[in-house]
Design a binder for this molecule. Sequence first.
Ligand code: NAD
Length: 309
Amino acid sequence: MEYRTLGNTGLQLSVIGFGAAPLGGAYETIDPTEAAGSIRAAIDHGINFFDTSPYYGTTLSETRLGEALSGLREKVILCTKCGRYGLDSFDFSAARITRSIDESLTRLRTNHVDLFIAHDIEFGDLEQVINETIPAMRRIQEAGKTRFIGVSGLPLDVLAEAVTRGHLDFVLSYCHYNLMIQDLDRVLRPVTSNAVGLINASPLHMGMLTASGPPAWHPAPQDVKDAAARVVKLCQLRGVDVTTLGLRYCLDYPYAASTLVGMSARAQVEQNLKALDFKIDPELLAEIQKIVAPVEDKSWPSGVQRARG
Ligand code: NAD
């Protein structure tokens, strides 16, 4: 396993991070025993970074992760979030954030997390996030309940503004750097410099770059889904596993300390570990880029300020 430092935190994250959204059943019904096995297998293979949220499966992901990490807590860098509690349920107030961390710590069976994130801040009022939420998270840090704080969300301009004004330790971006899209590098990376750590999530574009395709709720426009399906097909024809290639593409991006991929089964962990030694064929990559070019950097609206995305 390769490890990279997250900004100025001094934390060494495994380049492949374990995204625990699927543990809440976000993608499909999962087998909890198998999921616990996948967590142990990941740790055995050097994956030390685990990301969850009270939002994933309305607390189920945190509960399952907490159970599976029992006795293993000190081996991992643990991240959870606050402010998002359901599809349309958000509360970024200081009072809610302060209760939220205690609830998460109970479910995760620990007295502190390493990273604490204001989750999907584009659904909140950015002034509140900067002037109320982040200061409340700093007080939580001072109380020893988290080591570092950050924000996450989809629209890069919102994240960039939060990074510029919010004095954050790190930022988590998703679906903005993978085979389908790379605008993270243009919009967000320049403002993070080296001081604010960068975590990249959703290397498979939330399940799109897999043989089974995106989940029904996937918000991407149809032409993006169609292009991804053509990429999957091309890789199948060439005998290349699209998930391995897609993850490797993200690992090759040197500015992200870790790439979070959603997993819930041992076979997925084993498959994703193959990305560590995988070399991308430049000719195949050029063909993929040709397929993706018509939908290049196309995202979708998210949050309360619809002009973004
Ligand atoms: P992803 O791109 O990692 O895709 C996950 C999907 O791919 C799941 O269905 C998973 O079962 C499947 N998959 C993974 N490896 C596979 C393999 N080898 N073969 C076949 N299928 C495979 O999307 P994601 O899970 O949404 O993102 C990764 C993680 O990043 C999340 O779990 C979460 O922890 C984090 N994240 C955070 C935010 C946020 O903070 N707003 C948003 C998105 C993701």
